[in-house]
Design a protein around this ligand. Structure first.
Ligand code: B12
Ligand code: SF4
Length: 510
């Protein structure tokens, strides 16, 4: 570091003379993941690029392939209830998990002696892992601990209370990270020079959090290409219909034009952070081509919230370009944008899978409570088009939402039976702070205990019309309600609580 050694969490001391730097600055980046099905987080991948460009020496500590005390059972549960096909992961070494993530982390901090430890946090189970890692940092550590990620946007007050952290990036970081790190590295004291860096807070010597009051979204056209050099090679492999594909995870656009009441984009819009940005055709194709050649990809997956919201001409140019590179691709969209002409174009150009948000099959509930104004017919047509053009489709939906009834949930199942997607990916509604559906549930007193974000099979709402137990039974049997006809409904209701009946009925589904 610069002139004065600093204890983590103690904040910034009075500025002293900055010595010329004799070595590269070191950054230890931490991705506190569970083996959710490995992937390449865009946040970590873009931060690596930014740090590389600024000539940092980098190490990545990714917990994906560790045996963790918290175990994500998402994939196993999804296979159990018939959502996903099981896949032969073993031959890819997916079951080869290391032990003792905390001691390996401590050893890495000791041997690498980073100037910065940067940790990315979601509100989900990542927060617990992140906190265990922060706690494991030795009190004598003389660098800075900086955190970022979605959790810091919407739970900032809680994040400020984490012991041992010196700074927070509460927003997108591409345009501000290096400036913020310079500020921290040079020990500038707020009493000498107050910073004006957007999305950046740091703790001063008195423990006060200082920010500039400025927020900023990144200019995604001009951010560097993603960098996956530091990830374990297993992170490239994703299951696809019982097979495995070597895949890169990318973004063409950030943000979403809509404001559904359960989604982070509603919050982004309020903060004017969420405005929808799209990379140019030239830029995105150059990036994909670079990544394909460097990492030997078979496919790319776009994490864009709504890939098909983009103008049809642009979709055609981008997807034709991808086809010419010999790549397959996967994406996700809203039913309104999955119109047949767009589906035809992406199918012709190598789209093998599309995820489409349905959420609720009750048109009234969907419009009034979720602020999703598409009709049921539109939803059915979207999946019909996918079938017609041989794109595998996944329908995303939620059950157990505030004030939802058993009848509403069965309407969702019936709509999905007609729409007939290849995969039905349903989840129990989990309230996340920062959106109005969470607020509604809170005001109605439906959220009575702390939500345990590790357990996807639990309902955390206590509602008068539908008990948590009933929601959990409906979750277990939801695929049966979607795939079997009404004559089975009585039996399926039994299967909600009787595992033997459940097992027999599940065997009827191909
Ligand atoms: C892609 C995605 C996934 C992927 C990959 C996740 C990942 N970690 O990359 C998969 C499918 C695995 C996934 C799973 C889930 N997801 Co998700 N996912 C997304 C999505 C659509 C895009 C995320 C993304 O790549 N954004 C682009 C990047 C560049 O932005 P970013 O991650 O915020 O990073 C920027 C800044 O935050 C900051 N930053 C981030 N980390 C750090 C670290 C440091 C040190 C610094 C300085 C800065 C910094 O800089 C980055 C660049 O600007 C978001 C929606 C959204 N619009 O954000 C939901 C979202 C993040 N997911 C969400 C949820 C709930 C889940 C699941 C729990 C869903 C479920 N029940 O199955 C699981 C949990 C898995 C997990 N814990 O990671 C919620 C999270 C809510 C919350 N409060 O945390 C979101 C916001 C969706 C929503 N509609 O509300 N998800
Ligand atoms: S369309 Fe999807 S990404 Fe956009 S606001 Fe609604 S739920 Fe969020």
């Amino acid at each position: 570091m610069a002139a004065i050694g600093i204890m983590a969490g103690c904040g910034i001391k009075i500025m002293s003379e900055t010595k010329p730097e004799t070595r590269k600055r070191k950054f230890l980046l931490v991705s506190p993941m569970l083996n959710f099905g490995p992937f390449l987080p865009i946040s970590i991948s873009v931060i690596i690029s930014i740090l590389k460009k600024a000539d940092y020496e980098i190490k990545l500590f990714d917990t994906t392939f560790y045996k963790m005390p918290q175990r994500c059972t998402y994939i196993a549960d999804a296979v159990k209830i018939g959502m996903f096909k099981s896949v032969n992961w073993e031959s890819y070494g997916m079951d080869n998990l290391k032990e003792n993530y905390l001691s390996d982390f401590k050893e890495l901090v000791r041997s690498f002696e980073p100037d910065f430890i940067g940790i990315s946090i979601f509100t989900t189970f990542n927060e617990k892992i992140a906190l265990s890692l922060i706690d494991a940092i030795d009190d004598r550590f003389s660098g800075r601990v900086i955190v970022g990620g979605i959790h810091t946007y919407i739970n900032l007050d809680a994040v400020k209370k984490y012991r041992k952290i010196s700074a927070i990036i509460t927003g997108e970081c591409e345009d501000v990270l290096i400036e913020a790190l310079d500020y921290l590295y040079n020990n500038i004291d707020a009493r000498v020079k107050k910073h004006n860096i957007a999305n950046f807070l740091y703790k001063d010597t008195r423990g006060n959090w200082i920010d500039s009051g400025r927020t900023k979204v990144s200019d995604i056209e001009h951010i560097p290409f993603l960098n996956w050099d530091y990830f374990d090679d297993r992170n490239f492999y994703r299951p696809f219909h019982g097979n495995v594909l070597r895949m890169g995870h990318i973004e063409m656009a950030r943000g979403c034009p809509f404001k559904c009441t359960y989604c982070i984009n509603e919050h982004f819009h309020k903060q004017s952070r969420g405005f929808w940005r799209i990379k140019s055709v030239d830029r995105i194709l150059k990036e994909i081509n670079f990544l394909k050649n460097k990492y030997d990809l078979e496919a790319v997956k776009f994490w864009d919230d709504d890939f098909l919201a983009v103008d049809i001409k642009k979709i055609e140019r981008v997807t034709k370009g991808i086809k010419m590179m010999g790549l397959k691709f996967l994406c996700q969209s809203r039913p309104e944008h999955a119109a047949e002409e767009k589906i035809r174009i992406i199918a012709e150009n190598g789209c093998i899978q599309i995820g489409i948000g349905v959420e609720s099959g009750s048109q009234e509930y969907r419009i009034k409570k979720l602020n999703r104004k598409m009709t049921n017919e539109r939803i059915i047509d979207a999946f019909k088009s996918c079938r017609k053009h041989s794109i595998s489709s996944t329908a995303f939906c939620m059950i157990g939402m505030p004030d939802e009834t058993r009848a509403d949930i069965l309407e969702t199942a019936k709509l999905l039976r007609v729409a007939n997607p290849d995969v039905i990916n349903h989840a129990i509604f989990t309230p996340y702070q920062g959106n109005s559906l969470y607020q509604y549930a809170k005001e109605k007193n439906y959220i009575t205990e702390d939500v345990n974000y590790e357990d996807y099979t639990k309902c955390f709402l206590n509602m008068p019309l539908l008990s948590a137990k009933e929601v959990e039974g409906l979750f277990k049997t939801f695929i049966l309600y979607c795939r079997l006809d009404d004559s089975y409904y009585e039996l399926i209701r039994k299967a909600e609580v009787d595992n033997e009946v459940f097992r027999k009925l599940k065997a009827l589904i191909p």
